[in-house]
Design a protein around this ligand. Sequence first.
Ligand SMILES: [Zn+2]
Length: 328
Amino acid sequence: MSADAAVFMDLHSHWLINGHYLRHPLSALRPDRLPFGPFGNRIDIEDAARAGVRCVTFTAYAPVSPLFWVPRSEATLAQIRTFYRVARESGGRLRPARTGVEARAAAADGAVAGVLAVEGGHSLDGNPAMLDAFAELGVRFLTLVHFKANELGDAGESSRKPWGGLSPLGREVVSRMRALRIVPDVAHLSDDGVHQVLDLTDGPVVSTHTGMRALVDRPRNLPDGQARGIARSGGVVGIILFPPYLDGRHPMGQSVDRFLDHVCHAAWVMGPRHVAVGSDMDGFTWTPRGLRGYADWPILSEGLARRGFSPPEIQGILGGNALRVLDA
Ligand SMILES: [Zn+2]
């Protein structure tokens, strides 16, 4: 593979949940018996490499359930250690990368680049110094909130919004992120919070895994105005593959067409250079019909070609645009 060949990138995925807690190997495509079962294992590094998905974001996620309570920063650090151990033991198949240059170099050598992310500012345990630790360990994206309000801000999907957007700590954290080269991810954040992040930082902002609200009206999806703000920041919007955010009527298993609808809408709103893919695979999610995992990603490029995107636009949407954010 030459250095300038297309590198597809998944901006958000959760192999670390299965790899860390269930000890699944990196090559373990394990489809669920149910087509919409959330406990399958859809991420397989060999499939990713074969399908050209040469850059995968490994998102560390600390459980918030009181049943599994450990300090969240500790759980996050443990998953980051698992990421580096698995990369070491992968025989060169998975290579940690912090920049677009490193990711493309790994891809050119036939490896899959792994980029670290953390989902949920609860992983800081309220301590902004944890952000420096994450940066030193190579974390490049921080999703500020998850399903519920946390120390950093309010969640779009929860009716409890104590901060009116970002908390004072959330503002401090977002302001520090630029210097630490951690990109703020506003997926899950409330509408007020997204506007505040866009006002606070002059660097790229991303929403790593979302649908478009104009097509499916739920608070978890991104309104057009916020998408334009993200594009103006130099960031990208990763369209999710999880059916419930893409199709209100067929949440259990719509076709890839609904995903393509959201990509087309996002490209219409922002221009194709600001659209990416954040699968959310293995995060207790399932995938559209006919898309078992990375092996089937060529279906996405074929679908985008049918919708009229040019080859350079398709390469951008499936990877180049997200890599550009890592370069910035
Ligand atoms: Zn998420």
